[in-house]
Design a binder for this molecule. Structure first.
Ligand code: ADP
Length: 238
């Protein structure tokens, strides 16, 4: 039975790893976020909207969203060669595509919004966590958005549908399906599938991904509230 299945790291099928989120962690970026999940550690900085002087790259009807995902050489067990590779180019593109539907880019013609994502430590699930962190950093930069995008991976391990795959589960499991949604509308802004799921398994996995994303969205909202919400101490000193 799925409900009793105990994963190698002791989690239930529907448990996320421990998560920690923070915004406003960098002084020199317009917006920033730091996110931990299990042993993943990811830092995101946002610059913009800034005027894009290059006519070739700018768009008259809205801002250009540019996203760079980078893994530090020390982020994985065997030193990673510094610099971009095919994987980081693909992930940068998909993060940008997952986030684009949430931003009112049309408000900033001929401008650019740049998102830099630095993976300091990786343990499976970095593309989803980067989307979560990038949305937080954009909100921290006060860029108008319809909603913060939330993301998590679901998959199949030992014939069980599970939430938030670890690196080991990602590598030894039967399927891995990272998903991003816009919680307010339920719109799926990104979905990939590696491996095989039956129709029934796919429906079950997608529902679990929605549950995970809604939970993560609440954490994102709390993280912003912790920095910006409610507490007016020291702000209105007479
Ligand atoms: P994601 O991080 O989104 O799950 P992948 O499925 O490509 O992306 O990678 C799964 C995990 O494998 C990563 O989170 C990381 O822990 C590890 N990994 C990825 N690339 C490398 C690499 N070049 N060297 C060692 N480990 C890697």
């Amino acid at each position: 039975m799925n409900n009793q299945y105990m994963r190698k790291d002791g989690r239930a099928y529907n448990s996320l790893r421990n998560m920690k989120m923070e915004v406003g962690v960098l002084n020199n970026a317009d917006g920033s976020a730091y996110i931990e999940c299990g042993h993943n550690k990811i830092l995101v900085g946002v610059y913009g909207p800034r005027e894009l002087h290059s006519k070739k790259h700018s768009k008259p009807d809205g801002a250009v969203l540019r996203c760079k995902y980078n893994m530090a050489p020390f982020s994985v067990k065997e030193r990673k060669r510094p610099g971009p590779d095919r994987r980081s180019t693909e992930i940068s593109k998909l993060i940008s595509e997952a986030i684009t539907p949430s931003i009112f880019l049309e408000k900033y013609p001929r401008a650019s919004i740049d998102i830099s994502i630095e993976v300091l430590e990786a343990e499976g699930g970095t593309r989803c966590l980067s989307i979560v962190g990038a949305s937080l950093a954009l909100a921290d930069a006060e860029i108008p958005m319809k909603d913060m995008i939330s993301a998590c991976a679901v998959g199949k391990v030992d014939d069980h549908i599970v939430l938030d795959l670890s690196e080991e589960e990602d590598q030894t499991g039967q399927a891995d399906m990272p998903v991003a949604i816009m919680p307010r509308t339920g719109e799926i802004t990104f979905l990939q599938m590696d491996g095989h799921l039956s129709d029934v398994e796919f429906e079950k996995a997608l529902q679990l991904a929605y549950d995970g994303c809604y939970f993560i969205n609440k954490l994102q909202q709390q993280t912003l509230l912790t920095k910006y919400g409610g507490d007016t101490r020291g702000k209105y000193n007479l």
